[in-house]
Design a binder for this molecule. Structure first.
Ligand code: FCB
Length: 469
């Protein structure tokens, strides 16, 4: 018997994107290169040598893309601002032309009744700041706070919902640890320094936002908190789970939500760093009151104890590297969770999303939760009539939305869901080879074709109701 699951009135039904993945126009209106421009133009870094130079031309097609969102019944949209479009050298005054693009985008959204959520940093550090040391350099956190203030002053009158960082784990550990993301460095101690300076940037950035925004503004962070499961309940596997949970989660939510790093994280990584980059007062600066927490979820992480040096390098699911993104965890092995997988090779397991929501409901009581990313890459192709059928994505979304609904029924305060992604786009190291969009993009013509999942999601969003078999 099909069951009908209703969502609360006012629930946000959104889609998410990020600047470098969709905008293109990388040399227009004063924009300078970010670390992703440099990285993607470095031979061997992305599949097929793909870059975001053109992407899906959202910078020029944003009006049509917003119209598409309205057609799909979305009432929320999460996008990111390109730092190097707004503050090209990462310091000094803002460039008006860069800000104007986001002003026009936001006005278009508001005119169609779509609530904008603005992410300040989705991995695209201005190259000049990387040249000055990047995230392992403390100064970058202060630069971020200045940039946050500039954007807030320019857009705070029309944007209510703000996110400081997207998935700082990826910035720190894929960018500076395994090197599969920009800037492609492979130094475990630098990765931990980067993590701390991202935390500091979040705290100082939140203070800068509060100083510039009206009191009603909502400030949050989006974490890709991992659902880490042990292969067995043996003490060694449980210890592997504990270590990875700290490196994936506690390293960010500890200082952000509780004002402290987990004590065992510091001892587990003592051979890599002495953590002397944490200065007096830093933890208080990071620990800012937040209005909401954004959770990004795709798949769970399965770990066990392993002999030193065997498996850890393949742990992140974002690309292969000989270098581990998990500093000091060479004795942890990573396993494929059994079950059906998406095109990313990520196992489909909605129970992980439920578990994640319930964990943060307990850990951060009183904090509104938003699922700021969730979705699937599928092998989508138009059929003879030019339509794109993606039943696997519909099943993925259905399962995960049902998990959200179950958490709501158990008392979790989830206020919205943002499907990743609105459009097929530049999937980082995988270039254009992975399609996450609810809307198909023909990269030759830039034509947009809503997939069957987009129509399905639109119906769910309009009704505020999910029908499950
Ligand atoms: C997340 C990123 C997003 C996209 C999805 C698939 O880690 O935030 O940009 O790449 O994964």
């Amino acid at each position: 018997m099909p069951e009908s699951l209703t969502f609360p009135a006012g629930f946000l039904w959104g889609a998410a994107t990020s600047a470098y993945q969709i905008e293109g126009a990388v040399r227009e209106d004063g924009r300078t290169p970010s670390i992703w421009d440099t990285f993607s133009h470095t031979p061997g870094r992305t599949v097929g040598g793909d870059t975001g130079d053109v992407a899906v031309e959202h910078y020029h097609r944003y009006r049509d893309d917003v119209a598409l969102m309205a057609d799909l019944g979305l009432n929320a949209y999460r996008f990111s601002v390109s730092w190097s479009r707004v503050q090209p050298t990462g310091r000094g005054p803002a460039v008006q032309r860069g800000l104007d693009f986001y002003r026009r985008l936001v006005d278009e959204l508001l005119a169609r009744g779509i609530e904008p959520t603005l992410t300040l940093y989705h991995w695209d550090l201005p190259q000049e700041l990387e040249d000055a040391g990047g995230w392992p350099a403390r100064e970058t956190a202060y630069r971020f706070a200045e940039y946050a203030g500039l954007v807030a002053e320019a857009l705070g009158d029309r944007v209510h919902s703000w996110i400081t960082l997207n998935e700082p784990w990826c910035s720190a550990f894929l960018g500076y640890g395994s090197g599969v993301h920009a800037p492609g460095r492979t130094d475990p101690a630098a990765a931990l320094r980067a993590a701390h300076h991202l935390n500091l940037a979040h705290g100082l950035g939140t203070q800068a936002l509060r100083a510039a925004l009206p009191a009603r503004a909502r400030v949050a962070v989006s974490l890709n908190s991992a659902v880490v499961r042990p292969l067995s309940s043996s003490p060694r596997d449980m210890d592997a789970r504990r270590r990875i949970d700290n490196l994936a989660n506690g390293i960010f939510h500890g200082p952000m939500l509780d004002g402290a790093y987990p004590a065992d994280l510091l001892t587990d990584t003592a051979a890599v760093t002495d953590w002397s980059f944490v200065h007096d007062g830093d933890l208080a600066a990071v620990h800012q009151p937040l209005d909401a927490l954004g959770l990004n979820y795709y798949t769970p992480t399965l770990v066990s104890a392993a002999p030193r040096g065997t498996e850890a390098a393949r742990a992140d699911g974002h690309g292969a590297s000989e270098h581990s993104p998990w500093p000091g965890s060479e004795d942890v092995a990573f396993h494929q969770t059994p079950g059906e997988r998406t095109e990313m090779g990520w196992t489909i397991d909605p129970t992980g999303l439920h578990e994640l929501i319930m964990r943060y409901s307990r850990q951060a009581p009183g904090l509104a939760l938003y699922i700021t990313e969730n979705g699937a890459a599928c092998d989508d192709k138009p059929d003879a009539e030019g339509r794109v059928h993606d039943p696997q994505r519909i099943a993925y979304l259905q399962g995960h939305l049902a998990a959200v609904r179950r958490a709501l029924a158990e008392g979790a305060d989830v206020r919205g869901y943002y499907l990743w992604s609105l459009l097929d786009n530049f999937e980082w190291a995988y270039g254009y080879s992975k399609r996450f969009g609810a809307v198909y993009v023909d990269y030759e013509t830039q034509a947009r074709i809503p997939k069957s999942s987009a129509h399905w999601y639109a119906a769910v969003a309009r009704a505020g109701e999910l029908v499950v078999d």
